[in-house]
Write a protein that binds this ligand. Structure first.
Ligand code: 3PG
Length: 208
């Protein structure tokens, strides 16, 4: 099993992936892998998300597959049962945090305020998702937070593009970023796997 901190070392970009048709799950994951990406945050936003998670976890073992958009304890349980190797939440409540920390997989709790950051740090977790990153203050916000709270390390996600990624990755408290731009909906619908591989390869050049 990987530790939370190790999630941050896998790739400069964690693709945030939403899949409608589970038949797309394996070729999409393979396309990311072919471009060098070895980690996915699969959002639990579609009816078929758990089935897609199951397929990727069994058929593409070289990808670290996690579940995102975890809003409730029951979603965390379902994701783990489907093969999720890590869990990501967009925000943090005391009940959700309790449940996430009781699991045997690494977690990236979502935070957007200083008090939320402190709440998660109090529980011994220093790897956090900053969401929604661009909208909640972006790179300037993370820079300010880094002065009083340097021990918190972030994966900012939300509104980040290939063009803005370097500004985030240049910060000492940012280990990697998340983004959905590697798997555009139209490319998935057209099954344009080569395009997704090309985007992945381009994202891998963002290395620190
Ligand atoms: C997320 O769930 O983390 C975000 O929806 C991803 O944000 P983006 O689509 O702006 O990259």
């Amino acid at each position: 099993m990987v530790e939370s901190a190790q999630l941050f070392e896998v790739s400069p970009v964690i693709p945030v992936v939403t899949i409608e048709d589970p038949a797309d799950a394996v070729p999409l994951a393979q396309a990311l892998l072919d471009g060098g990406i070895r980690i996915i945050e699969l959002t639990l936003r579609t009816d078929s998300a758990l089935e897609s998670l199951r397929r990727i976890s069994t058929e593409v073992p070289d990808i670290l597959i996690g579940a995102g958009t975890i809003l409730s304890p029951s979603q965390a349980d379902a994701a783990i049962a489907a093969g999720a190797q890590f869990l990501v939440s967009p925000g943090t409540t005391p009940a959700l945090l309790d449940h996430l920390l009781a699991q045997s997989v690494p977690v990236l709790p979502g935070v957007a305020t200083v008090s939320e950051i402190l709440t998660v740090l109090e529980r011994g977790i220093t790897t956090l998702k900053f969401f929604p990153a661009a909208q909640a203050g972006g790179q300037a916000y993370l820079k300010s937070v880094g002065a009083p709270i340097p021990q918190a390390r972030f994966c900012p996600t939300g509104g980040i593009t290939l063009a803005t990624a370097p500004d985030f990755l240049a910060l000492p408290n940012v280990a990697c970023i998340g983004g959905s731009w590697l798997t555009p909906m139209d490319a998935v619908q057209e099954k344009n796997w080569q395009y997704i591989t090309d985007l992945s390869r381009e994202a891998m050049t963002l290395g620190r």
